[in-house]
Structures are given as C-alpha cells and as structure tokens.
Design a protein around this ligand. Structure first.
Ligand SMILES: NC(=O)N[C@@H](O)C(=O)O
Ligand code: NI
Length: 167
C-alpha cells in the first residue's frame, strides 16, 4: 500500500487460479467434449455450475459494457447471494475480472484481479464478491447467465481503500 492506495497486479485467468471463485468457461477447460451432429460439431460439455435458489430461474441477457478508463481504481465490490452469474465475451476482446472469496468480510489482500482472454468466460459462484463488468479497449458485449427471482440479489461493499489495478 502507498499513499492511501492499495495496488493489485493482474494475473492471467486460469481455471485453477479461479477455482475459489467459480468456473472459467473455455473449450480447453472442458472435462468432457464429444462429437455431435454427425461429426459436424464438437460439444464442450457442462462448463459451469449455474446456481439459482428455489423458485428462481436462470435467465440469459446481453450486457453491453463501456470500456473502463485506465489506470483503473476499484472502490467497491458486489455479490449475488442467491445465484451464480456468468459472463461470456461475444467479440473476443479481453476484459478484467476482480474477485474475492464469499463471506461476510473481505480483506484487501483477498482480492484477486485476472486478465481474461477474449475466448474465456467466467461464472461467479453464488456469493462470490466481484466488481461489476470491467470491459477494456472498446464497447464490449457479453452473454450473461444469472438469476431472476423474488427479492434482492445484489449486496454491495465499499472497499476500505481505493484499489489501483496495475496491468
Ligand atoms: N447489476 C448487474 O446486473 N451487473 C453486475 O451484477 C455485474 O456483475 O456486472
Ligand atoms: Ni454481478
């Protein structure tokens, strides 16, 4: 930490590194893939664990994110306690993913920031703290799978210090 700012360096997104926070959605990460449609298509099967609470349903949306200005400083995180939330980039552009483990308290040292390739999606497990969409370079569309149901499903937390992301 220096002059009242906490700095975090980005790290490459891998399934292993992201495991405490959810799933990485990429073909090369598939536990199972198999040929379908008479050999025309390869199915990369069951890439993420979609969670919704009882009585809710999973929905698909498109988020059109404006690129974040750099250098980037984070001041808050959010979580969705009642369901997972998945983001899959639709234009092949890299983006940032800032996360912290689920729980009632988050230390700045718990926060991880990943640089995701444009062929990688992420699925935040229910309750995983994360920053809202961090698109880079240009207006970016993402296919989003998350929960529609009763009651609020977005808790926000202000960070104790601004978190400067160093690319
Ligand atoms: N608010 C909303 O739907 N978006 C956030 O949850 C996000 O993670 O971008
Ligand atoms: Ni979210």
């Amino acid at each position: 930490m220096s002059n009242g700012v906490y700095s975090i360096a980005v790290e490459p997104l891998t399934a292993a590194a992201f495991a405490p926070f959810g799933d990485v959605i990429e073909a090369s990460n598939a536990a199972r893939h198999f040929s379908i449609n008479g050999g025309n298509t390869e199915r990369y099967h069951d890439l993420a664990n979609i969670e919704v609470d009882a009585g809710a349903r999973p929905i698909i949306s498109i988020f059109r994110g404006q690129p974040r200005a750099l250098p980037l400083t984070l001041t808050m995180l959010e979580r969705h306690p009642h369901g997972s939330q998945a983001f899959m980039p639709l234009q092949g552009r890299p983006y940032l993913v800032a996360v912290a483990p689920a729980g009632e308290h988050v230390a700045l040292s718990d926060i991880r920031v990943f640089l995701a390739r444009g062929d990688q999606g992420v699925n935040y497990s229910a309750g995983t703290w994360h920053h809202p969409l961090l698109a880079l370079d240009g207006v970016s569309d993402f296919l989003v799978v998350d929960r529609a149901g009763e009651g609020p499903n977005c808790d926000e937390m202000d960070l104790p210090l601004p978190v400067l992301i160093t690319l």
